[in-house]
Write a protein that binds this ligand. Structure first.
Ligand SMILES: *Cc1c(COP(=O)(O)O)cnc(C)c1O
Length: 425
């Protein structure tokens, strides 16, 4: 075995498929969000970030930074141990109380990331339940898929948001068998929302447990920022709510919230929770400050929704192929991995606009896109600049515009629906 060559070929494969990932080296600037310094070799330039998951700019909120600095100043940098062996710091305990309250649940448990929370909680719950069948939405995030796999339980994948398909799988399993439905509220690549109430109804009818990933909704939806389940008054209909502290809350970490016995079982049985160092007190304190602020302040949520809608309207009116989205996410279709990467490079190098290309396997082949995430800090002026830069890029690279904005078709059959309007699909 030529090990060196093996790994080189694995990388070459990604280059050949035009999906080798290149990371932008960024330095965010406090007080000037969404501006950042981008370093390319020896060159350093100021650019505008249009693809951050710091959806509300809370990572730079003065209260959040102050809480982090204060806790680090008083308690130091690290937690000093696992949760079991000296790492359970007071700010982390407070954070768990804050999260349980946010979702109106008996208890919450914090993990070192949202990825780990999904992997650890789904695998542990499904492993503890005897002969559990997992019903998993086909577009679930990689971390949920990992949890399903690690559980060792049987799984059935239901078509995305397809209630009839889900019901047929539930009915086939019968009411006696243990069942866990795992799904998301906001799907982050398309920006669509799942039918939570109807899924909860089905779970009730067939006696299944429910597990929802609200990672792209917490902080941003609901009167207290508890996510779509908060907005729709459905938190008590879902057994386990999972979220992240790293997106709208602007810090780091993941969590689950639910009934005390379920949370305690995950705490007691999940290796991904037990055998790793606890979140540092400064991060926990910052997360709590962020959650508390967003429990009371609607300003950031309103401004984000307003600027996201404005971005969709302005880009659509310019003829850019904005994909339909019910949420704050603004996906713009490119439909080809190489063009997607080229568009992203051109935006950064010529226009100082950073939007990471989203290619397979994150999204299906042929639906490669630029995923734009406007925040309260992306002003009308910045949106105008984005539109001009995208138009220049689309024209320069020959990327298809939205069908209705094409030159007047000679006959109606030349109108191509957006879904099949893919360059090199
Ligand atoms: C980002 C993401 C996660 C992981 O959260 P992290 O805190 O970044 O590890 C989980 N689920 C979904 C749907 C995500 O997009």
């Amino acid at each position: 075995m030529d090990y060196q060559r093996f790994f080189e070929e694995a990388i070459d494969q990604l280059h050949a498929e035009k999906r080798y990932r290149v990371f932008a080296n960024l330095e965010r600037i406090v007080g000037r969000f969404p501006r950042a310094i981008w370093r390319d070799g020896s060159e350093a330039r100021e650019i505008t970030v249009w693809c951050s998951n710091d959806y509300l700019g809370m990572g730079q909120h003065p209260d959040v930074i102050a809480a982090m600095q204060d806790a680090a100043g008083r308690m130091g940098s690290g937690a000093g141990g696992t949760r079991n062996i000296s790492g359970t710091n007071h700010p982390l305990v407070e954070l768990e109380h804050e999260l349980a309250d946010l979702h109106g649940k008996e208890a919450a448990l914090v993990f070192t990331s949202g990825f780990i929370s999904n992997e650890a909680a789904i695998s542990t719950v499904a492993r503890l339940l005897p002969d559990c069948l997992i019903l998993s939405d086909e577009l679930n995030h990689a971390s949920m898929i990992e949890g399903v796999r690690r559980s060792g339980a049987e799984k059935k994948i239901f078509r995305h948001n397809d209630l009839a398909h889900l019901e047929s799988l539930l009915a086939a399993a019968g009411p006696e068998r243990a069942k866990l439905i795992v799904f998301e509220s906001v799907y982050s690549m398309d920006g669509d929302v799942s039918p939570i109430e109807k899924i909860a109804d089905l779970a009730g009818k067939y006696n299944a447990m429910t597990y929802i990933d609200e990672v792209h909704a917490v902080g941003m939806y609901g009167p207290r920022g508890g996510g779509i389940t908060d907005r729709e008054g459905l938190a008590d209909r879902i057994d386990i709510i999972e979220g992240t502290l790293a997106k709208a809350f602007g810090t780091l970490g993941g969590y689950i919230a639910g009934r005390r016995a379920v949370v305690d079982a995950v705490r007691s049985y999940a290796p991904g929770f037990i055998f790793t160092t606890a979140l540092p007190p400064a991060i926990a304190a910052a997360a709590t400050a962020s959650i508390r602020h967003l429990k009371h302040s609607q300003t950031e949520r309103d401004a984000q929704q307003r600027q996201a809608k404005r971005a969709k309207d302005v880009l659509s009116a310019a003829g850019l192929p904005v994909m339909p989205s019910e949420t704050h996410i603004v996906p713009v279709l490119v439909g080809d991995p190489e063009l997607c990467k080229k568009a992203s490079d051109r935006l950064l190098e010529i226009h100082g606009i950073y939007i990471q290309p989203i290619n397979y396997p994150t999204v299906p082949r042929g639906t490669e896109r630029l995923r734009i995430t406007p925040t309260p800090f992306h002003s009308d002026e910045l949106i105008g600049g984005l539109k001009d830069a995208l138009l220049e890029t689309w024209q320069a690279l020959g990327i298809p515009f939205a069908p209705e904005k094409r030159e007047a078709p000679a006959s109606s059959e030349r109108i191509v629906p957006l879904a099949v309007n893919k360059a090199g699909g």
